[in-house]
Design a protein around this ligand. Structure first.
Ligand code: CO
Ligand code: CO
Length: 345
């Protein structure tokens, strides 16, 4: 088929669910994986047990592979931008482990015959440019015909086995810093309902396109050993992985949570996402949010696409980190394990 300049293709209409980066719920995923035997290998330094961001496989005393894969349906209508966002999101899991991306493979589901191939070219161009920006190389990929448009990457990076950012290394007394504002799920959903002004839309897209490279490198440079990226399971879900992995309680300050323009207000005016509902169902028993404001709880349950890093830093390094990483905000502290994994107030 051919496309002219006049054709208006709404890429997001090729995503079946609203704001669709929809992941399988955390509870469902844990249940499904429970039936899959674990084959341990001494070289597998970080496997699936801690719900960490990527697998880490040791090659030498000073060298490990960091591997991850992520893909989803369009969350924006511009194909080049969708490619950039999907790539930034997939690369993020390598940065969230303290790795440097080396190579990437593209994963494509394409509604062949329903969309012009030029759309796929633009998506791949966006992905390839973002991979290059991250210092890595797009080396190939695999595509299938699919009703739902999907794009993402499998990324391989490298790290030093002693200089990782895992979920299990938070220390009591550490300060938690978040490097991007929350609210991508709420804003993307509002966008689908044409309830977003251009300023909010631009802020949403810029945030999702941004790499977590600087946040990750600065974390290592400031002595951090624990970080995760905030994605589909929301700030609370990913914080719960840190709390469980490190055997601590994470205390979050709801009022301090940074938001994309209007995110709390959109929730207050009735915008809802299926992802937040799934997150709430799974997380309710793990979080004490009795003293938190409803709009802060909503922000902390909002599923993120290409969200920022949550970094645990020693208190004496926080000020330096905040000035090194633009947009980063102190959001909480790490405490001894209490009654719940998380306290949000
Ligand atoms: Co992650
Ligand atoms: Co991921």
């Amino acid at each position: 088929m051919t496309a002219t300049q006049d054709d208006v293709v709404r890429l997001t209409s090729f995503a079946r669910c609203a704001g669709c980066a929809a992941k399988l719920g955390l509870g469902d995923l844990a249940e499904a994986l429970g039936g899959v035997p674990v084959h341990s290998d001494p070289r597998l330094l970080v496997g699936r047990e801690g719900f960490d961001d990527a697998g880490v496989f040791v090659l030498r005393d000073d060298l490990a592979l960091v591997q991850t894969v992520d893909f989803f349906a369009p969350i924006v209508d511009d194909p080049y931008e969708f490619g950039q966002i999907a790539a930034a999101n997939a690369l993020s899991d390598v940065f969230a482990m303290g790795g440097e991306p080396l190579t990437a493979l593209a994963i494509v589901g394409f509604p062949s015959g329903k969309l012009p191939l030029s759309i796929l070219t633009d998506i791949l161009r966006g992905g390839s440019d973002k991979v290059r920006e991250a210092g890595a190389v797009l080396v190939g990929g695999h595509s299938i015909i699919d009703e739902e448009l999907k794009f993402g990457l499998s990324v391989t990076g490298q790290a030093h086995p002693q200089k990782l950012l895992t979920n299990s290394a938070a220390n009591v007394g550490d300060v938690l810093v978040l490097t991007k504002p929350l609210g991508t799920g709420l804003l993307a959903t509002a966008g689908k309902q044409n309830r977003l002004d251009s300023q909010a839309r631009n802020a949403l897209h810029a945030s999702m396109r941004a790499l977590n490279a600087t946040a990750s490198r600065a974390a290592l440079a400031h002595g951090a050993h624990c970080a995760t990226d905030v994605t589909g399971f929301a700030l609370l879900g990913h914080s719960s992985h840190v709390a469980r992995g490190s055997n601590v309680t994470v205390r979050l300050d709801g009022r301090a949570l940074p938001e994309l323009p209007g995110a709390r207000a959109l929730w207050s005016s009735g915008v809802r996402t299926g992802g937040a509902e799934r997150n709430e169902r799974f997380l309710a028993p793990l979080v004490d949010w009795t003293r938190a404001r409803p709009e802060d709880i909503a922000l902390a349950l909002d599923p993120q696409t290409s969200g920022g890093l949550l970094v645990a830093l020693s208190p004496d390094r926080v000020a330096d980190y905040l000035s090194a990483v633009e947009g980063s905000v102190q959001v909480g502290v790490v405490e001894p394990r209490g009654n719940t994994l998380i306290v949000l107030e």
